[in-house]
Every structure is written in C-alpha cells, then in structure tokens.
Design a protein around this ligand. Structure first.
Ligand SMILES: [Zn+2]
Length: 103
C-alpha cells in the first residue's frame, strides 16, 4: 500500500504553518484467525492484520498517515520564532506551545 497526502503542520522552529508531502509505504497480510495472526508474528516483510470478516480500512489508512507525519517538521531554512522581535528571546517552551493540541 502506498499512500500519498499533503498535510499542513507547524514548523517547530518558526512556528509558521508548512505543507509537507507524505508517501508512506506499507505491506499487509490479512489473516482471518488469531492462530494465523500468532503464526505470522516476527515476519518483518509485512504487518499482519486480523480481519475475520468485513474490515474497515479507513482507520488503518489514518494510522499509516499519522505515523508518517514527522515528529518535528522544520522548514529547510527559517528563523526561530520570536527571533525578529526585539527583546524577545527564543524559548524551547514556545516551540512546545506549538505542539499543544486542543481537544
Ligand atoms: Zn520554519
């Protein structure tokens, strides 16, 4: 499976939005019983997915895309947030604030 998506994230240096391309590739093996799932443990070629009947593919696609998002996306070249504002020093806590997710 190859997914392609463009997502907008926040640059962890300048805290401005940026678009990144995701193209995760994964291989899956569908198994229908727990025994088959156990037997396939340790196979690095692909991930085994227990799907005894109908299988909802969307959560799997979402997981693959979420795992592909870099932990700390950065522009190739930019200045730390607040660097241009006089009297305000860059703080790592400012970058952490950018990681906050409202629920
Ligand atoms: Zn940046």
């Amino acid at each position: 499976m190859t997914l392609r998506a463009q997502v907008r994230v926040r640059c962890q240096r300048c805290l401005k939005p940026m678009a990144i391309e995701l193209a995760p590739q994964s291989a899956f093996e569908w198994v229908s019983t727990e025994a088959e799932l156990d037997a396939s443990d340790g196979d690095d070629q692909w991930d085994s997915v227990l799907a005894p009947d109908l299988f909802d593919l969307l959560p799997l696609l979402e997981d693959e895309l979420l795992l592909a998002v870099p932990y700390a996306a950065l522009h190739p070249s930019c200045n730390p947030a607040g660097a241009s504002e006089a009297g305000e020093k860059f703080s790592p806590f400012t970058a952490l604030a950018g990681l906050k997710v409202s629920k």
